[in-house]
Ligand binder design. Structure first.
Ligand code: SAH
Length: 268
């Protein structure tokens, strides 16, 4: 890349570069020097902007490599074969997992969707300095954009990390997937209960769950999985419901008792 005007002192040192390259290789990727330079620039911009805009609680470069970059790249384990896939990242925040995927796989046709304006400004900036003019950055909510015919059922892969509990995530994401496409959501810890609560929602929305795909990251003992939902039927036009509803009243979660969706939001 040859850009020497990077802000901030902390970039990727030799040890972090090696960790990134080795970690990516475990997901079947051979990162070149230009790609490593893009990750370095992304890290510097993230840490620089993070002083003014709340983007991430993870600020140590080695931890960013593992818990943001490699965790994002793990989604590739559930990608279908083929070049030029259309991918949307719903609730991308500071660009995770979408931007690491695009750095590693420049052939992807990537759309980033984010509801918070300050984060969108960061995304527009970082996409520009990384020279990724083809990435589409959208400021908006999934509940609205998923009813836009230019986006509804248009994507091969819908990725979402830390967006919502699975039942709500399915309502926010499945409408974007084309028939035969899939939603890929990295999850940590005990996913079984979350999956059980989301089963009704997923079938209502036209999805079919895969067995969770186990993921291991360097130096991270916690169990991780990719939850993968294949789109097997069109999503009924009434979904997603109006903004806020998918999280407040998750589909298929019983109304007779305190709503899990609220418990989730309160503790998130
Ligand atoms: N995916 C990122 C950010 C997770 S935080 C990561 O893993 O680091 C969740 C993000 O989703 C927040 O930035 C929030 O603004 C955004 N978000 C939440 N609900 C949304 C919705 N309905 N539509 C679009 N973005 C949403």
């Amino acid at each position: 890349m040859g850009r020497r005007s990077s802000p901030g002192p902390e970039g990727l040192g030799p040890a972090e570069r090696a960790l990134l390259v080795e970690g990516a290789r475990a997901f079947g990727l051979a990162l070149g020097a230009d790609q490593v330079a893009q990750f370095d620039r992304y890290l510097r911009e993230l840490l620089d902007w993070n002083r003014r805009v709340n983007l991430t609680a993870i600020t140590e470069p080695r931890a960013v490599v593992i818990r943001h970059f490699l965790d994002s790249l793990s989604c590739l384990l559930a990608f279908p074969a083929g070049e030029g896939l259309a991918v949307i990242d719903v609730g991308t925040g500071a660009g995770f997992p979408g931007l690491p995927l695009k750095i590693a796989r420049p052939d992807l046709r990537l759309t980033l969707l984010e509801a918070t304006a300050k984060k969108v400004r960061f995304l527009e900036h970082v996409v520009q300095v990384l020279g990724m003019s083809s990435v589409v950055v959208i400021w908006g909510r999934a509940e609205t954009l998923a009813h836009d015919p230019d986006h509804r059922e248009r994507y091969d892969c819908v990725v979402a990390r830390a967006l919502a509990e699975l039942a709500a995530l399915a309502e926010l994401c499945l409408p974007f997937a084309r028939l035969g496409g899939r939603v890929i959501a990295p999850k940590k810890g005990a996913v079984a209960a979350e999956i059980a609560r989301a089963r009704t929602a997923i079938s209502l929305l036209g999805g079919r769950l895969w067995e969770p795909v186990p993921v291991t990251l360097p130096e991270e003992p916690e169990r991780r999985f990719l939850v993968v939902i294949e789109k097997v039927q069109p999503t009924p036009p009434r979904f997603p419901r109006r903004p806020g509803m998918p999280v407040r009243r998750p589909l298929g979660v019983s109304r007779g008792r305190p709503m899990e969706g609220e418990a989730w939001s309160a503790s998130a």
